[in-house]
Design a protein around this ligand. Sequence first.
Ligand code: FEO
Ligand code: CA
Ligand code: CA
Ligand code: CA
Length: 599
Amino acid sequence: HGGPGWDGDRLQFTPVPPNRDDKITVPAGYESAVVVRWGDPVLPGAPAFDFERQTAAAQAQQFGYNCDFVAMLPLDKDRALLWVNHEYTDEALMFRGYTTGGAATAEQIKIAMAAHGGAVVEIERVGRSGRWKLVTTGKRRYNRRITTGTKMVFTGPAAGHELLRTAADPTGRVVHGTLNNCAGGTTPWGTILTGEENFNQYFVGGNGVPEAAKPALARYGISTTTAIPSDSRRWDRVEERFDLAKHPNEANRFGYIVEIDPYDPTFVPRKHTALGRFKHEGATTSLTKDGRVAAYMGDDERFDYIYKFVSADRYKPGSRQHNSALLDKGTLYVAKLTGDSPKAEIDGSGKLPSDGEFDGSGEWIPLVSGDKSHVPGMTAAEVLIHTRLAADKVGATKMDRPEDVERNPKTGSIYVALTNNSNRTAAQVDEANPRPTNRHGHVLEINEYRNDAGATKFTWSVPLVCGDPATDPTSYFAGFDKSKVSPISCPDNLAFDGDGNLWIATDGNALGSADGLFAMPVKGPERGRVRQFLTVPFAAETCGPLISEDQKTVFVAVQHPGEVTGATPENPASRWPDGDQPRPSVVSVWHTRGKDIGA
Ligand code: FEO
Ligand code: CA
Ligand code: CA
Ligand code: CA
């Protein structure tokens, strides 16, 4: 490769310096504005947001809390649908006087349930700019809220399995709601995939399940010794199904990739068991060389794995009914990575091995194909429901919290955000996770054999080891001059601009300044030149991000502004965006003279 676009040519903006300001900071020449915020109307007729008198009925018609993944689906040149995940709620910031789930009112619990899930909203361009705003009048026929009460179905080989059956659903095929939807993706046929991540935190009673069920529950982070974890939201007080002592299989019904058709407000969302069950960060699709659908997925937990699903059948453009079954049948793989440098050279000092790179080869180990298991002692359905236990058995590589996995549309390379892992010891480092006490995380690049998403072999390298380049010798920016890059910590969500530059959003900046959005060329002489494009308000996390097809807008979801220990509505840590109570919001950012994002 070479020439314009491959070496970061478009990235001319002046980087935003680290700060702790309670606002969105963008480079000179850019502006930002809120598109939609917590409580804004989604359904026509939704009541206006009233922080002091919120109700569950109102919340179910309004934009939910803690926006995360953002997808844009065109209607026409100046109108689009925005899909947004609502990952979780922060009751201490939402309600005055909130103390614990045990002391919460039933209405507060119901509000929190209604603030989870996702939203489809219609948005429109402002004038001819890159600024977008929420449509608040008219029919808005696609607008929809998905909540913990929305009816969904299971598809794929594990649908109907006894591990999915409950008193309320003896068929094991119908479930209400989706939980902790973190990141996601869009499919070639125009639907949304949304990942159920930390679903474990919604259940109590794990000590009361049958002994045989305990090891699997524990592997997914549900306590099997404590009746009620101290930080529980106590949803069991409103819906008994969240008490595993009474309904031990209910937790098996969360942790999936869920498909939603934003163009069909009556669509019954599908939980795709063929894509496995774990703490799904998200799922991003790409076509294989022979036209099948691959979905790349991370399991966001310390020492957990990177997965790939490849459909059995091919994608047929224009054939929506055929395509809608592609995620029901295929092969689920887990990644094993092998370094190519001697173990003695991966010593945790941050020093590169003598071949000059943290790199190596890898293989996708099949776990299940259709209804055929490749894991000894487990059926296909068991592999798909207890996927972590299956991957443990086959020697997959334990990673530093795999978050977003995205394929570069220009080059075909795949990038994995490994957000951090402070628990990795010096004895546990390997070439793919080369830093002990990895507080700042790193980014992995995967090149599939013959650049085919259907391949079972690949090579990989680590182009970015995050940290403060000025003071941290373990930080690495693909060999680029460290005096010319922005400090970066805790990569989470990834995106690409039209030239194939990697954009990285962060969550939990361990350097002490605000989270933000960064751009990094991945080809040419500027590979590794990380530049900070924006910072988010105080104590917020940067989600989305999404660069519009026309390159004129970047959407960012500002999650949990003001979320610090001890913050309350009387003593908020952030007053963004309105100078009042903090409200998680999606913003659009644009160049005031209409240049492409990054210029
Ligand atoms: Fe919800 Fe893995 O970030
Ligand atoms: Ca090496
Ligand atoms: Ca995330
Ligand atoms: Ca995260």
